[in-house]
Design a protein. Sequence first.
Length: 115
Amino acid sequence: MKISLKLLMRCSASAVMIVGLSACANTSPAPMSNSPMTGPVNTGTYPHFTPDPKGETTQFTPEEKDALRNRTTAAKNSQRGPSADPAAAARKQAEIRLLRQQQAEDLKAIESGQQ
């Protein structure tokens, strides 16, 4: 008996389709369908999923707060630039002018000596 390849392919394809359709027919029941509770129950309380936060550090005392404020104020005042004091700014500008004049004289001396 000779079975054609075409017939063999048709039979295997139909077997696969039958198995696939039978798998769709056997669906599992809904989750918790046999549970006596049918829905959410109002317990009258709000659910808390995380613990209450706690303070991770100790709080400053008023003395520590004043000491820290004084330290930061002193640090800020020490970083003030010359623009905070007009006399210091004028001295700095005079130093820069003098240095610029000295450099110009040195440059002229070097240029005149090389030529």
